[in-house]
Design a binder for this molecule. Structure first.
Ligand code: FBP
Length: 552
């Protein structure tokens, strides 16, 4: 790292992340449970993964210490959006392998899965790893959004691994990347390669969780950074008393970040995409809900407020979701042709002949910048929603609604001065909280043990996260157990089911029970910045979501 270090970074460099008891010993063993199966689509998944289907859950325990002690060569790759803690996963892998045998080597594949396919890597030495302990970002080896899925890509990986003599690869990524880990593990087994593939659950979005995986690393830090900023804005709102702040928060699909920030800060409005979808709430109804809060607060003398908007919202509004699905199906067939059309108006014109009448009308009613983003897809077939300015769309529609009311002589007290914000990139590379520093390090340390045990096609889990690390239990869950079949770009493919906000869960219920009061009154909470040193209740508390989900 070329930059000089800040005093905080220097102090954090010596922070030793906590490990669960079983991983602190030199006698780690693997305990295997019963064979597993996915919740749905069992036969299709069995056919797609004949060699890795049904593997048991693995638990790391203190035992005879019969894991391999030969020098191992293990690669690591960061995949998808950055999340605080990524460097600690790598440090965990490094420390675990060196503790088992100092001659082991760790290689960092550069710029994400593309580096694995192209065989671009560096050896990670103690000197390099030490520079990045407890720091945010993925800049040690960088990241990318490529996928390893085509036969020639899988074969290129096999060849590279063989040339390197690689015993294992740790793929640090979200649901799509862990799905890729399963595909690669299955392929390697089918061609007789012994390289083990282990995934680590990463994403600030918090949507890679299930009954075994309690959380993805990065969610804790990112939602705390955004909550600090929202609290600061709420202070400004109650000081300047003249602005309504519309804040869009990252989270490509699920609204976990928005819900967590709402629980931490008590805004006047927080839209939860999953509720919008479940209740079939229309864009018009969302606008009415916000306008209602604006008017009632103005009547109470408060022409200011805070509204949180989840990034994924548009995909959960039925009419826009249908439009996106129709566009995806069209793009699946004619992407090249559509993008070869000379300008945007010709694209809109052409699409209006292909879309259903209703979707064509919805598409035509959207601003051009949103129309353009809806025609883009990332390598996983997703719309790049971080580029859709939903908060501005809502500001425009609420402004129109208030003007309409005022033209009829209503809502006279309202002076609506909205400001828009988007918090996403501000939080993805923040220095990990103590929770994420410990959790990510443990995930990396455990990944190395699963490779020492010769397991493949697993994602690492750590249980009891709301308790002290002394009670944490780590292990691996077979990826095939988490798969289901979904349509992507018009094709049926196996993917890990994304965990959306559970409307019956304690976090949402708590929010729903309080939001009417928060909508009208000033109930703001100001969380302040993440603290790394000080009392545990200030420094080590996990997110409210995790505590409520686990009843802690
Ligand atoms: P991952 O799921 O890959 O961790 O990424 C999450 C995320 O930060 C989303 O919240 C956001 O929609 C997206 O990445 C933005 O991606 P990009 O980095 O390509 O702009």
């Amino acid at each position: 790292m070329t930059d000089s270090k800040s005093p905080l970074q220097q102090a954090r460099a010596s922070y030793q992340p906590k490990l669960p008891p079983a991983l602190r010993t030199g006698n780690i063993a693997v305990q295997l449970g019963e064979p597993t199966e996915p919740a749905t689509d069992k036969e299709q998944i069995r056919k797609l993964f004949p060699l890795t289907y049904g593997q048991p859950i693995a638990t790391l325990v203190e035992g005879k210490g019969d894991l391999s002690t030969k020098p191992l060569k293990v690669g690591v790759v960061l995949s998808g959006g950055p999340a605080p803690g990524g460097h600690n996963v790598i440090a965990g892998v490094f420390d675990a392998l060196k503790a088992a045998n100092p001659d082991s080597k760790v290689y960092g594949f550069l710029k994400g899965p593309a580096g694995v396919i192209k065989g671009k890597y560096i050896e990670l030495t103690a000197e390099i790893v030490d520079q990045y302990r407890n720091t945010g970002g993925f800049n040690m080896i960088m990241t990318g959004r490529d996928k390893i899925e085509k036969p020639e890509e899988l074969e290129a990986c096999r060849k590279n691994f063989e040339e390197m003599g690689l015993d294992g690869l740790v793929i640090i990524g979200g649901d799509d990347s862990n799905t890729n880990a399963a595909v690669l593990a299955e392929y390697l087994r089918s061609v007789g390669s012994s390289t083990c593939i282990i995934g680590v659950p990463k994403t600030i979005d918090g949507d890679m969780k299930n009954e075994v995986i309690e959380a993805s690393f990065g969610f804790d830090t990112a939602s705390k950074v955004y909550s600090e900023l929202i609290g600061n804005i709420a202070r400004d709102a109650t000081s300047a008393v003249k602005y309504w702040h519309f804040i869009r928060l990252m989270g490509r699909a699920a609204s976990h970040i928005t819900l967590e920030c709402a629980l931490q800060t008590h805004p006047n409005i927080a839209l939860i995409s999953e509720e919008v979808q479940a209740k079939g709430i229309t864009l018009q109804q969302i606008v009415e809900q916000i306008a209602d809060s604006v008017v009632k607060r103005a009547q109470a003398g408060k022409n200011y407020g805070i509204a949180l908007v989840p990034e994924g919202l548009v995909e959960f509004i039925a009419e826009i979701k249908t439009l996106i699905d129709e566009l995806s199906a069209i793009l699946g067939q004619e992407e090249e042709y559509i993008h070869s059309l000379p300008d945007h108006s010709e694209r809109v014109q052409y699409l209006s002949t292909k879309l259903s009448d209703h979707s064509a009308r919805v598409y035509g009613s959207l601003p051009q910048d949103i129309q353009e983003v809806l025609l883009r897809r990332d390598s996983h077939g997703n719309v790049p929603l971080s580029q859709v300015e939903t908060e501005r769309l809502l500001i425009d529609l609420v402004s129109d609604r208030i003007r309409e009311m005022q033209a009829k002589g209503e809502a006279k007290e309202v002076k609506f001065s909205p400001l828009s914000h988007f918090f996403g990139y501000e939080g993805r590379c923040a220095a990990p909280s103590n929770f994420d520093a410990d959790y990510a390090y443990t995930l990396g340390y455990a990944a190395a043990q699963l490779i020492r045990a010769g397991l493949t096609g697993y994602t690492v889990y750590v249980r009891n996260l709301t308790r002290s690390a002394d009670e944490w239990v780590a292990g691996g869950v077979p990826v095939t157990m988490m798969l289901n079949i979904e349509a992507r770009k018009g094709r049926e493919v196996p993917v890990i089911r994304k965990a959306l906000v559970d409307l019956e869960g304690a976090p949402f219920k708590h929010f729903a029970a309080n939001r009417d009061k928060w909508a009208i009154e000033d109930c703001y909470v100001y969380p302040g910045p993440i603290q790394y040193f000080g009392p545990p209740e200030v420094c080590d508390a996990p997110t409210i979501t995790l505590r409520m989900e686990k009843g802690g």
